[in-house]
Design a protein around this ligand. Structure first.
Ligand SMILES: Cc1cc2nc3c(=O)[nH]c(=O)nc-3n(C[C@H](O)[C@H](O)[C@H](O)COP(=O)(O)O)c2cc1C
Length: 195
């Protein structure tokens, strides 16, 4: 069975640099033995998480659907913007909602537990979103995921892609290749193969 890998960009902005990086990562993953899905959070609109809302209305359908998609993977590649040196709220809100899903179809589930997670980021600034990834590592560690050490940050990303969405910098290409290779290797060897 080929490893199932979900690629999740943390921005739905028109012209998103992280969506571009996610698409390029998904293209490279599709060249491997892995089975790859590229998701957009635009397909899973969610209200801002508020415990009173959860208590009164229960879990939103999209939180459960997203949790179902994630729980059925061996690995996740998160491609995240950096906002004010940390996490972007759209993606954090989605992760928070999914972390509240404990049952799917009557079965107990922990969508992020033992999930292999790799991280990438793109930013128009030189830092490439590395601080966002540091913050994400704390989140996913707490959720019981298995985190990959190699990561890919693309700084000055406004000029880092050519017209067909390919990365021009040798450093970024190497970092993305290493991340993709590690992700597929780990997901194939250690993936949880369904829930
Ligand atoms: C509220 C806000 C805060 C930001 N803070 C940072 C930051 O701390 N570091 C950084 O590299 N870029 C920062 N940016 C710029 C984003 O990296 C840039 O908007 C990027 O294009 C967002 O990702 P996207 O293109 O995938 O939507 C910030 C943008 C916004 C809207």
């Amino acid at each position: 069975m080929s490893a199932r890998i979900l690629v999740l960009p943390g921005s739905v902005r028109t012209g998103s640099l992280n969506a571009l990086l996610a698409a390029e990562a998904a293209r490279r993953l599709a060249l491997t033995s892995a089975s790859v899905t590229l998701l957009s959070l635009a397909d899973y609109p969610l209200p801002l998480l508020d415990a009173d809302l959860e208590a009164s209305d229960g879990l939103p359908e999209n939180a459960v659907k997203l949790a179902e998609r994630i729980a059925a993977q061996d690995a996740l590649l998160l491609v995240s913007p950096e906002y004010n040196a940390s996490l972007p709220p759209l993606l954090k809100n989605a992760v928070d909602w999914v972390s509240r899903v404990t049952r799917i179809g009557g079965r107990p589930v922990q969508p992020f537990r033992r999930l292999i997670v790799g991280f990438a980021a793109a930013s128009p600034r030189p830092g490439g979103g590395a601080r966002s990834l540091a913050a994400w590592r704390l989140v996913f560690q707490d959720l019981g995921a298995d985190l990959l050490t190699p990561q890919c940050t693309v700084g000055e990303a406004g000029t880092a892609f050519d017209e067909s969405g390919r990365l021009s910098s040798e450093r970024a290409n190497l970092a993305l290749d290493t991340l993709v290779e590690t992700l597929v290797g780990q997901a194939s060897a250690l993936g949880r193969h369904g829930f």
